[in-house]
Ligand binder design. Structure first.
Ligand code: NAP
Length: 446
C-alpha cells in the first residue's frame, strides 16, 4: 500500500491511482477464529483486547461490481470492536459464517481472520463496474450500514432490511486496516475541513445519535425537550449532547468524573451530574433494584432543570435502565441502542404503563440518516469528538482503553496516515468554525 500512500500524500490525480497495481495483501487489525475460546471463564472486564487483537497481513479480496476499495487513512475504535475482541456476546465468526452462506460474494467474508472496524476515512482506489456516483480519487468517509440494495425489505428503512449488517462487525474487511472493501452505498463525502483522523471518528456514533434523537425513526426530539444523556462525553453521548443543544433542547449530561463534567460543560451542557460523585447505587447488595436510588436521580435532575426528561438517551443497559424508565417524564421516551453493562434489564413496568412512557429501540442509521448526520459534520454544525489517536499497531491498546472506559469521546486510529493533522482541504472553513470548537475533546480530554 506504500505506493498508494505516496500518491495520496502527493495529491496524485485519479489516473495515477488507477495505474498503481493492487497489492496481494494489506495490513489489517484482526481477531482469529482459533482464539475464540481464549478468554473462557474470565469476567468481561479482564478480557483484554491487547491479547486478541493484532495486525496481520490479509489477502486482498475480490471486489464485487457494486463495491469499492478504499485506501484507509484513519479509522476509529467503536465498542463493537471491543465486543469482537472479547468474543462477547458471541464470536463474530458466527456472523461471517452466516454471510458466507449467501453465495459467491458472501463466501469471501468467511475467513479465519476477521478484519474489524466500522469507521473509516480515506480515498477510493478502485470502483466496481456497477458503481455510478463515486470515482477513484474521491475522498470519503464510510458508514457501517451494510445492506443489499436489491433486497426489497431494504427500501423503506434500510435498517429494517432482512439483509442488514454492520460492516466490520458482521462482515469482514472492516476499516481498521490499510485497505477496506465497502459497498458503494456506504460512501459519503469526507468533511473537507477535517483531518483524516478527525473525519474518521464520526460516522458510526454520530449517525447513531442522530437517528436516536433527531430522526423520526428515533425519539423525534422537539425544541425545548429535556434530554437525559448517559455517558455525555462518550462516543455516542458526545454527539447526543451536541444534537440536543443544536436542536434547542435542554441536556442533562451524566458523566463519571469531574474532568468529564468539565468537558460536558465546555460543550455547552449546563446541567451535569457526576455519577461517581453522586454515587448512585441502582441495585442493592442483594442484586435487587433500589427504587429509592431512581428517585434520588429524578430529584437531582429536577433540581438542575426543574422538570423530568422528555427523552432519556439510554445505552449503558442493565445498570441504568430501570432508572431511565423511572425518570422519564409522563408520556416520555427512553430511546436505547445498547447495553454496555448487560442486556438483561430490569424496570418497573407500572411506571411505564401508568405514565404512558415509550421504550424505543434504535440501531445505527439508514443511508439517508447517516448522510444527513455527515452533512452536519461537513457544515461544521456538529464537531468530531476525537480525543486521542493511536497508530494501527497499537489497536489493541486503543480498544483496551475503550473497553475499560479510560477514554473520552472517540479514539482515532491512524491506518495509512503517517501522522495526525493531514488531509485538511478547506482551511478557511476550519478557521470559520474555529480550531477550538473542532478540537475541544483533544484539548480538554485526558
Ligand atoms: P463509549 O465511548 O465507551 O461511551 C459510553 C459511555 O457510557 C461512557 O463514556 C460512560 O460514561 C458511560 N457508561 C459506561 N458504563 C456505564 C454504566 N455502567 N453506567 C452509566 N454510564 C456508563 O461507548 P459508545 O461508543 O458511546 O457506545 C456505548 C454503547 O453503545 C456500547 O455498548 C456500544 O456497543 C453501543 N452502540 C450501539 C450502536 C448501535 O447502533 N446499536 C451504535 C454505537 C454504539 P461515564 O463513565 O462518563 O458515565
Amino acid at each position: 500500500m506504500d505506493a498508494f500512500l505516496a500518491a495520496i500524500l502527493e495529491g496524485a490525480p485519479p489516473e495515477d491511482l488507477t495505474a498503481i497495481p493492487l497489492p496481494e495483501s494489506y495490513r489489517g487489525a484482526v481477531v482469529r477464529r482459533r482464539d475464540v475460546a481464549m478468554f473462557d471463564g474470565l469476567p468481561s472486564a479482564e478480557k483484554d483486547p491487547r491479547r486478541s487483537l493484532s495486525v496481520a497481513e490479509v489477502e486482498v479480496p475480490e471486489m464485487a461490481p457494486d463495491e469499492a476499495l478504499v485506501a484507509v487513512m484513519a479509522s476509529s475504535i467503536n465498542f463493537n470492536t471491543v465486543w469482537s475482541a472479547i468474543f462477547e456476546p458471541l464470536p463474530t465468526f458466527e456472523f461471517l459464517r452466516r454471510l458466507g452462506r449467501e453465495g459467491y460474494w458472501g463466501a469471501r467474508h468467511d475467513r479465519d481472520l476477521h478484519v474489524l472496524g466500522s469507521d473509516a476515512s480515506g480515498v477510493v482506489i478502485r470502483v466496481g463496474s456497477a458503481v455510478r456516483n463515486w470515482r477513484v480519487g474521491d475522498e470519503v468517509v464510510v458508514h457501517c450500514n451494510y445492506v443489499d440494495d436489491q433486497d426489497p425489505s431494504a427500501h423503506d428503512d434500510s435498517m429494517l432490511a432482512a439483509s442488514q449488517r454492520i460492516w466490520g462487525y458482521e462482515s469482514n474487511f472492516g476499516g481498521l486496516a490499510e485497505l477496506s472493501l465497502v459497498k458503494a452505498n456506504q460512501l459519503m463525502p469526507k468533511p473537507a475541513h477535517l483531518s483524516w483522523e478527525e473525519a474518521a471518528v464520526n460516522a458510526l456514533t454520530n449517525s447513531t445519535s442522530y437517528r436516536m434523537l433527531i430522526s423520526r425513526n428515533g425519539a423525534n426530539m422537539r425544541l425545548g425537550d429535556v434530554v437525559l444523556v448517559w455517558g455525555a462525553v462518550g462516543g455516542l453521548g458526545g454527539y447526543a449532547l451536541q444534537y440536543v443543544l443544536a436542536a434547542g433542547g435542554v441536556p442533562v449530561g451524566v458523566v463519571s468524573s469531574s474532568r468529564k463534567a468539565e468537558l460536558a460543560r465546555a460543550l455547552g451542557c449546563a446541567a451535569v451530574l457526576d455519577r461517581s460523585e453522586r454515587d448512585y447505587r441502582f441495585f442493592a447488595a442483594d442484586g435487587k433494584a433500589d427504587p429509592g436510588e431512581w428517585r434520588r436521580l429524578g430529584a437531582d435532575i429536577r433540581s438542575l432543570v426543574g422538570e423530568d426528561p422528555d427523552i432519556v438517551f439510554e445505552h449503558p443497559g442493565r445498570e441504568t435502565f430501570g432508572a431511565s424508565v423511572y425518570v422519564a417524564k409522563k408520556g416520555g421516551t427512553v430511546v436505547t441502542c445498547a447495553a454496555t453493562s448487560g442486556y438483561e434489564v430490569t424496570y418497573d413496568n407500572r411506571h411505564l404503563w401508568m405514565k404512558l412512557k415509550t421504550i424505543k429501540g434504535s440501531h445505527f442509521a439508514n443511508y439517508a440518516e447517516a448522510w444527513a448526520a455527515n452533512k452536519l459534520i461537513c457544515q461544521g454544525r456538529i464537531q468530531p469528538v476525537l480525543s486521542a489517536t493511536f497508530p494501527l499497531e497499537q489497536v489493541g491498546e486503543a480498544a483496551w482503553q475503550v473497553h475499560r472506559n479510560l477514554h473520552e469521546g472517540k479514539i482515532g486510529v491512524r491506518c495509512l496516515a503517517p501522522e495526525d493533522g493531514l488531509g485538511i482541504r478547506d482551511p478557511e472553513l476550519r478557521a470559520r468554525i474555529g480550531e477550538e470548537r473542532i478540537t475541544t475533546f483533544r484539548r480538554l480530554g485526558a
